[in-house]
Design a binder for this molecule. Structure first.
Ligand code: C2E
Ligand code: CA
Ligand code: CA
Length: 581
């Protein structure tokens, strides 16, 4: 029956059945389906099952012997069979029917208990649908872990910078759309570096974790994040700003700061907080963060443990200072420092020497006086390098003078704290060849206040080199007198705040008189600073103050202005000046 056979083949091709003749294809199919690593179910549209493969039964713990094959989806829900679904099953089925009604495949990932199932449902002809289901729990968990890690800080599990910025961007967009405000708080732990340095990193880590947990606990509806190190940020989306932000800060001070138990004992944690408000203090992430940071910087400057709001004026000033401070690092390398020299005059002998005063020729700001940068240089320690340069430069300069006049150099307390100052001075003297007794160093009582013993030891060694030591700004400190007793100074310089009140205030006149008398008693030459008028000079002469310094004698100026006094004949330009000479 060739004809009939051919016809049958055609029929088979049409039906697409790929199974050999004579096979019990139902049995074969069942076996094949059972061996699939997927759950397969054939269901009526109302949920009544027609067929489950073995894997499906395992997935749902179905005992086919006692299974009620007439149960519909609705009945399953009613009987509580879908209670462990994360999602509402009625919504799920609604979705399912809608999709299938459009003749589309339905795909979903649903969470049932602690499992995640990927479902693919296809509507077959008539009243049937085929559901293939795979347990994708492990894969999804791994994906979620990776996604979580990418957005969270591993130490504290708080959102990291990436997540924070994302959240901040959307929060700003939402606030803008609703015409609302929001606050961003920039937080930093006071002296966290000390904890790390003194107690070690594991204690530091523990501290960060505890603080992070407290932020989480007390953040309320705000969004806390760790941006790095001990830098935390919170976004408060409440509308009543800045009150809500300030209240949040107060809550954190009360609950997150304070004692923390660590393996190394109880530590005290202090917070400093800076706050910026959208849209008042900026309308984008970058500006708001920078302004919250500026406010934080000010909070730290103004005593730590406080919250400061962004203020354009205050923060501009601080930003300027910070820029100036970072410029300082370059200034030495670029040769932007110079010295001006102010003469010191003796009633009998005329000009006896010069005080070297530092000037900074700033590329953008012109000539800067030490009052605007010395404290910044002390803060970051760069004064040590600058001070060394001043010493060398002043000694080199004095060495070129024909007259053996003295040169006075100011020293910062910070120079006494780091390195070996006496050694530095010794080296500079050897290197420049200046006679030690022509160098005078001026110190203020600040040098002795911070570390008395160390400073005293250094001063003795400096004095032993033959260098003179002057007590500068005498009278404005608290204990200048007791320091006079502790160390044999060579000169006493009366602060100019006394000089400029001479003749105007009897109290001041008395003090100056007493100081000059004291100098006479201790056989200690007294120099009056800031002498501007001949009246002041006459007063001092009457009291037998032998030495003066001030605008009346001469202003601080480049040494070239005093060339005739120092007797510099054919002075070589600085760059060609020999180092040993
Ligand atoms: P100082 O040691 O008391 O220096 C004297 C200051 O008084 C100088 O200010 C000088 O210009 C000013 N002055 C001098 N005569 C008069 C006067 O008749 N009237 C008035 N109104 N002022 C007068 P300058 O140069 O601005 O220096 C300020 C301070 O900066 C110095 O006070 C000193 O403490 C510090 N300083 C200057 N150079 C250096 C340095 O190289 N190293 C360190 N560490 N500090 C320095
Ligand atoms: Ca001085
Ligand atoms: Ca002074």
């Amino acid at each position: 029956m060739p004809h009939r056979a051919a016809k049958k083949q055609v029929e088979r091709r049409k039906s697409g059945r790929r199974i050999a003749d004579g096979t019990d294809y139902q049995q074969a199919l069942e076996t094949a389906l059972d061996n699939l690593p997927l759950g397969v179910a054939l269901l009526r549209m109302d949920g009544r099952p027609v067929f489950f493969n073995e894997h499906f039964c395992k997935m749902y713990d179905i005992d086919t012997d006692i299974f009620d094959w007439q149960m519909t989806f609705d009945e399953m829900i009613d009987k509580g069979h879908m209670e462990d679904w994360k999602q509402d099953p009625r919504e799920y089925f609604e979705d399912l029917y809608k999709t299938l009604a459009k003749n589309n495949d339905f795909k979903a990932e649903i969470e049932i208990g602690d499992r995640i199932i990927a479902i693919h449902n296809v509507r077959l002809k008539d009243d049937l649908m085929l559901s293939t289901q795979a347990d994708v729990t492990e894969r999804v968990r791994a994906e979620r872990r990776v996604a979580h890690m990418a957005r969270h800080d591993p130490l504290t599990d708080l959102p990291n910078r990436v997540a924070f910025i994302e959240k901040f961007v959307t929060a700003i967009e939402e606030a803008r759309a609703k015409h609302q405000k929001l606050a961003v708080l920039s937080i930093d732990l006071d002296r966290f570096k000390d904890v790390n340095d003194i107690f070690g990193h594991s204690t530091g880590d523990m501290l960060l974790q505890t603080v992070a947990n407290r932020f989480r606990d007390f953040a309320g509806n705000s969004f806390p994040a760790r941006l790095g190190g001990d830098e935390f940020c919170l976004i408060s989306t409440a509308n009543n700003q800045p009150e809500a932000g300030a209240a949040l800060a107060a809550k954190l001070f009360e609950n997150a700061a304070g004692e923390i138990e660590t393996e190394r004992g109880t530590l005290m944690v202090g917070l400093s907080i800076g706050m910026a408000i959208f849209p008042d203090d900026g309308d984008n992430v970058t500006t708001l963060l920078a302004n919250a940071d500026a406010a934080l910087y000010r909070a730290k400057e103004e005593g730590r443990g406080v919250m400061r709001s962004f203020s354009p004026e205050a923060d501009a000033r601080i930003r300027e200072q910070r820029t100036l401070q970072s410029d300082l690092r370059q200034a030495l390398k670029r040769g932007e420092f110079t010295l001006h020299y102010q003469p010191q005059s003796d009633v009998e002998n005329g000009i006896t020497g010069f005080e070297a005063l530092l000037r900074w020729q700033h590329p953008g700001r012109g000539m800067l006086l030490p009052g605007s940068f010395i404290s910044l240089a002390e803060e970051n320690g760069i004064i040590v390098e600058i001070g060394k340069w001043v010493l060398r430069e002043a000694c080199l300069e004095a060495k070129t003078w024909n007259k053996p006049l003295a040169v006075a150099v100011n020293l910062s307390p910070v120079q006494f704290r780091y390195g070996d100052l006496a050694q530095t001075i010794h080296e500079v003297l050897l290197e420049t060849g200046l006679a030690p007794n022509r160098l005078e160093v001026e110190i203020t009582e600040g040098v002795l206040v911070s570390d008395f013993a160390r400073a005293l030891a250094q001063l003795r060694r400096i004095k032993n080199l033959g260098v003179h030591i002057a007590m500068d700004d005498f009278g404005i400190g608290y204990s200048s007198l007791s320091y006079l007793q502790a160390f044999p100074f060579d000169t006493l310089k009366i602060d100019r705040s006394f000089t400029n009140k001479l003749g105007k205030d009897t109290h001041t006149d008395e003090i100056v008189r007493a100081v000059i008398g004291l100098g006479r008693g201790l056989k200690l030459p007294v120099v009056a600073e800031g002498v501007e008028t001949s009246e002041q000079l006459e007063f001092l002469a009457r009291e037998q103050c032998k030495a003066v310094q001030g605008y009346l004698v001469g202003r601080p100026a480049p040494i070239a202005d005093y060339a005739d006094i120092v007797g510099a004949v054919n002075k070589a330009p600085k760059s060609k000046r020999a180092v040993h000479g």
